[in-house]
Design a protein around this ligand. Structure first.
Ligand code: GLN
Length: 245
């Protein structure tokens, strides 16, 4: 009798668990982009991870986060490998050719990191006649695309992660790193002898990339995200990771 009761109880618990999680949402990201996504105790945390978890909760789904190279995210979402990608990803015309984007939830500014004693004082120095400064970027990012367009491929060194680009700057292999402002602050805080120039390169909007054929998911994600923006959840998550100075 006891055994039967235990079995029924276990069955009920399984059924409730199923009722709460109607499947899993798979999120592709590159978890080396603090404060949006990074590792703490072997777990991916950050603004994007928390917003994604809040969206999944609203949709009654579980969230699985897959860490991969940034430049594979858009093609993988287009190929249906992940349900969506969230990676401090900027909405661009080129990406819109292959994926849909949700409403935006944050903005970023491309910033320039240099060594404290660098002769580079602003973006104009990079454009100056005869300038040969080499810029480190994260491969496939907007920083990479703008710099390659503006300065030519021979003056751009691409790295797999922002961390790797910053390590190259510390090691003197590149003259500066161009990357989104909040990750730039995190990298400068984590490394001695670096600073961010008081100059802005390009301003952009972050959104969630979703497969173009999955209009149902796009609508659901947008509805959830709009609610989370309206009720202050998104602001609270951002404030938790980016304290107002
Ligand atoms: N915002 C930049 C882009 O979308 C960088 C994103 C990232 O490196 N995770 O290209």
């Amino acid at each position: 009798m006891k055994k039967l009761f235990a079995a029924i109880l276990a069955l009920c618990m399984m059924m409730t668990a199923c009722a709460f999680a109607e499947g899993t949402l798979t999120m592709g990201t590159n978890a080396h982009f603090p404060p949006y996504e990074y590792y703490e105790d072997n777990q991916v945390i950050g603004i994007d991870a928390e917003i994604a978890a809040a969206i999944a909760a609203k949709l009654g789904m579980d969230l699985e986060i897959v860490d991969t190279d940034f430049d594979t995210l858009v093609p993988s979402v287009a190929a249906g490998k992940y349900d969506f990608a969230m990676a401090g990803m900027t909405v661009t015309e080129e990406r819109l050719q292959s994926v849909s984007f949700s409403v935006t939830y944050a903005t970023g500014v491309q910033s320039i990191i240099v060594k404290e004693d660098s002769p580079i004082t602003g973006v104009d120095d990079l454009y100056a006649e005869g300038a040969a400064y080499v810029v480190g970027v994260q491969q496939g990012t907007t920083g990479d695309i703008y710099c390659s367009d503006d300065f030519g491929a021979e003056r751009v060194m691409q790295y797999k992660t922002g961390n790797d680009a910053v390590a190259a700057l510390v090691a003197g292999k590149v003259d500066c790193v161009i990357i989104d402002n909040n990750p730039a602050k995190a990298y400068v805080d984590a490394n001695e002898g670096l600073k961010i120039l008081d100059t802005e390169y390009v301003e952009e909007e972050y959104a969630i990339a979703i497969n173009q054929t999955n209009t149902e998911l796009l609508e659901k994600v947008n509805a959830a995200l709009e609610e989370l923006i309206a009720d202050g959840t998104v602001d609270a998550i951002i404030a938790k990771y980016i304290p107002v100075e």
